[in-house]
Design a protein around this ligand. Sequence first.
Ligand SMILES: [Zn+2]
Length: 407
Amino acid sequence: MTDIDGARLLESLRTLRTFGARDAGVVRPTYSDVDMAARRWLVETMIAAGLDAQIDGIGNVIGRSPNPGPAVVLGSHSDTQPEGGWLDGAMGVMYAIEVARALLADPDTAHLAVDVAAWADEEGTYASALGSHSFVGEITEAHLAAANAEGETVAEALERVGLVGVDPIRLEPDRHVAYLEAHIEQGPHLEASGNRIGVVTGIVGIAGATVRFRGEQNHAGTTPMPIRKDAAAALFEFGVHVRARFAQVAGPVSVWTIGNLGVHPGAESIVPGEAWCQVQYRDASADVMERFADTLAALVAEFDTTGPCAVSMERGDKGMAPVTMDATIVRAIGAAAERRIPDAWVEMPSGAGHDANTFAPHIPSGMLFIPSIGGVSHDFAEDSHDDDIVLGCQVFADAVVSHLDSL
Ligand SMILES: [Zn+2]
């Protein structure tokens, strides 16, 4: 098995951190000056690793292996949240480069084709997973019209950074046989369970609905309890039922939330005539997601029938379908982890979205997680232990080699 160079990996990660470093974290939003400077440095680093590298028309940095396919695409994003950690995305990008560099330098693996990518705007400064959507050919007018907090659109940003007229680089179905991404967990499960590698089996879907309660607005002092049509009381009772009934159909790692609600007109001495709440649920299993959808619809129908308030719902349009990682790649990563750290790895779903969401419907995809200290991410304090960072890259490299060898 090819050894990656842990010291070289850590040094390159720390260099990438200098682009936008703030306290212990990084501020590197997509298409900012530091983001583009980081992308130019990534081009140089990929070329030094033996890849043919360039920034494409959407801002993705793509490093193509000189070898013929079948090729795997390894990558993650190099942009950050407005206040981001130094490893979110960056680690997966530097793993990809380190694996390509190590494999090309080893005569046993120098023939393997590993293409490397640093995607643009996974974090949604303009539009979530913009770069990976471009790579799979799913860019729409809506993507180009998406704006950042200052109101600059993607189209305007591309002009500002000089990428107008530069071709996008696309997935090549005849060449690219798999997408693998490494990432920090961004949650507490690996650390809490003492596992050092997480093999991602799927990425959770998100769905939900706004539920509306229509009663009768009236005087809070003179309206007798038996004849009230109190929309807020209906909402509260509904919330209690959601908690109980969702628990009956949930999977082991399902989560659900009523994170937003309101009553109208919202005054101490008025029985509310209207109320609403937003119910959101997440799970990696399409079956569980369907059970939640059915349960919610059934509850709404029951409350509407029983009264005293009319109840209706509107499904949200911002949902995300759950995706399943490729079983062969899951096994390859698990076997690689078992060889390096027997019994200290675990299969798990991802509670956060990643560029791998974009790839899974197109080519076999897989992800590897390493532990996040304290489960902290999207914060300057985000960090992981150096030995976990190095181990994760070695397991990632082993999995890439065994997957390519098996084709
Ligand atoms: Zn990320």
